[in-house]
Design a protein around this ligand. Structure first.
Ligand code: SF4
Length: 555
């Protein structure tokens, strides 16, 4: 038996005078009385509700220009309206951590448009295309959260951009910031053959009631939501997820998960074991956000996501607080949903429940342009549809296509760079914004991703397995590093001549529940598993060839 080596003999002299026990510092939880801001981010939010910055943009900044913007607005509150300053061109990743924010930033902005549920009408698509061409140097990226991101936006143009977006029902409200971000939804909500309940009314109601609502605009950190009948979003990586399930007595409803988030300290959401009918989803959602607002940790930014609270409390206590303090009633116990055996990305041609078809097509790593989106709108209209959906895999869908027009549509999409029958490489590769525009980035991602797909299509054209490759420009994992077959985390690595160059830490074998049955998990990060960015295509090719050589029957 092990014995402690610390002596407890009374004659041992004390080494130093005993201190009074330290008072616990707390985690900055409002519900426990910590209302004084404990860090600069909390101070900024307390000094002025970030939603108020819109009035200053419209009345002051858009008229007086970039130099007139208050620094607390520039690097803080503007995010609540979807605006981030973008990285000054030409600053390499080695200087990201050493330069001051003002040295890193350009006088242009990234502007994120939230497209809750990924649902776009033709009028909205045309408006996005026009804004891109007129105000954003033809940039437009489909993000892995169903947003559209513009770059090169001038503050002077923001009010006019809002006017145009809002005239067709789009908004940038709370597209970034410590607030409820875009609500992910199934890209086939309302049309899928195997959908029992369309979650869109709940998503719309949440956006109508709570987005831009000052009661929910000061959260400890960002808050990510997914609501869908099908498991076709990365639901476990969200702060809250509601996933379709049939209750044996009460019928269709939603299974509630909380506490997911990747970035550093990745955690997967956990089931609370409750069943929520569609009509109650907005109230339950507000209860969970209320817990986060009031009990979330505000002292340290890197402990502020809901996942840390869920990890500390456990799901039983979380459910109890939700029921007693926020809903005033108990929730019904519910069964676990059945999860598909592999990710559902909706690429290709599929039947809708009404006999029409939808076609899922892939740009490369989500990169499109305003011109391409304008041509897409023409193609969609010419094929008798007026609905497009964005997916959380940086892809898009055209809905409502009559079967006799499908092949013509596939050809027309190919003609504008959108491939409905893509290679495994193009289909499975995603990339975050990276060093081209992101101030936190260490490496280039979009161009590397395009190069990777092109090279692998040349070298391994007939690779026939599903594969996911996620390129991230830094540890923040915006493109979900940890849940890909090959997750790539941007960092500086040693090149062949011993100097630091752009490269990636490799995570292998990750996946979400939809990919791995009930056993979602993170990819393994091994210390030696690194590659330079230049070597990346050859590195992935070697991995793929090794996999092909060693795979089992049926794998
Ligand atoms: Fe920027 Fe890093 Fe997020 Fe990529 S992962 S978009 S580099 S913060």
């Amino acid at each position: 038996m092990a014995v402690s080596s610390i002596s407890t003999r009374p004659e041992d002299p004390p080494t130093r005078p005993a201190r009074a026990p330290r008072r616990p510092r707390g985690e900055g939880q409002w519900a426990l009385g910590h209302r004084e801001p404990l860090n600069p981010n909390e101070r900024t939010k307390k000094d002025d509700d970030p939603l108020n910055v819109r009035a200053r943009i419209e009345t002051i900044y858009a008229h007086r220009g970039f130099a007139s913007i208050d620094p607390a607005d520039l690097r803080g509150r503007l995010r609540w309206w979807g605006l981030y300053t973008q990285r000054k061109p030409g600053i390499d990743g080695g200087r990201t951590a050493v330069l001051e924010p003002h040295e890193l930033e350009d006088e242009h902005f990234m502007l994120r448009v939230r497209i809750d549920g990924g649902q776009l009408s033709l009028a909205q698509l045309r408006t996005i295309a026009a804004v891109s061409q007129e105000f954003a140097r033809d940039t437009a990226d489909i993000t892995d959260r169903q947003n559209i991101q513009f770059h090169w936006i001038r503050i002077e143009d923001v009010p006019e951009i809002w006017r145009r977006l809002e005239s067709v029902g789009l908004q940038t409200t709370e597209a970034c910031g410590d607030c409820p971000r875009i609500v992910l939804g199934s890209p086939v909500a309302g049309v899928a053959e195997n959908e029992v309940v369309d979650a869109t009314p709940a998503i719309d109601e949440i956006v109508r009631r709570y987005v831009g609502n000052p009661e929910y605009s000061n959260l400890p950190r960002k808050f990510k939501t997914s609501i869908s009948w099908l498991a076709d979003t990365p639901y476990e990586a969200n702060d809250i997820a509601l996933l379709g399930v049939e209750h044996p007595e009460h019928g269709p409803g939603f299974d509630l998960w909380v506490g997911g988030g990747l970035s550093t300290n990745p955690m997967l959401a956990q089931r609370l074991g409750v069943w929520v009918p569609l009509a109650e989803v907005p109230d339950v959602w507000a209860g969970v956000v209320g817990i986060f607002r009031d009990y979330g940790y505000r002292r340290l930014r890197n402990r502020a996501r809901l996942k840390f609270l869920v990890a500390d409390w456990g799901v039983e206590r979380f459910r109890e607080v939700l029921e007693k303090e926020y809903l005033g009633r108990t929730l019904l116990d519910g069964p676990a949903p059945e999860l598909p055996g592999k990710p559902i990305d909706h690429i290709g041609v599929h039947r809708q429940h009404d006999g029409l078809s939808y076609v899922g097509a892939a740009p490369i790593v989500g990169r499109v342009s305003g011109g391409q989106l304008a041509r897409l709108a023409d193609v969609v209209q010419a094929h008798g549809s007026d609905r497009v959906r964005l997916t959380p895999y940086q892809k898009l869908l055209v809905l409502d296509v009559p079967s006799e027009r499908v092949e013509s549509l596939v050809t027309a999409l190919r003609g504008i760079g959108l491939e409905a029958r893509p290679s495994a490489w193009r289909r499975g590769t995603m990339a975050c914004t990276g060093i081209e525009y992101c101030k936190l980035a260490i490496v280039e991602t979009k161009a590397r991703g395009e190069e990777l797909v092109t090279r692998l299509e040349q070298r391994l054209r007939d690779f026939d397995a599903d594969i996911s490759i996620h390129l991230n420009g830094c540890p923040n994992a915006c493109a979900r590093t940890q849940v890909a077959d090959i997750g790539l985390k941007g960092q500086l690595v040693l090149g062949p001549d011993g100097r630091q160059v752009e490269g990636f830490q490799v995570h292998l074998g990750g996946g979400l529940g939809m990919a791995t049955g009930q056993t979602a998990g993170f990819g393994r990060k091994l210390r030696g598993l690194k590659t330079t960015a230049e070597e990346l295509p050859a590195y992935v090719e070697r991995l793929a060839r090794r996999y092909l050589a060693g795979r089992q029957e049926g794998e």
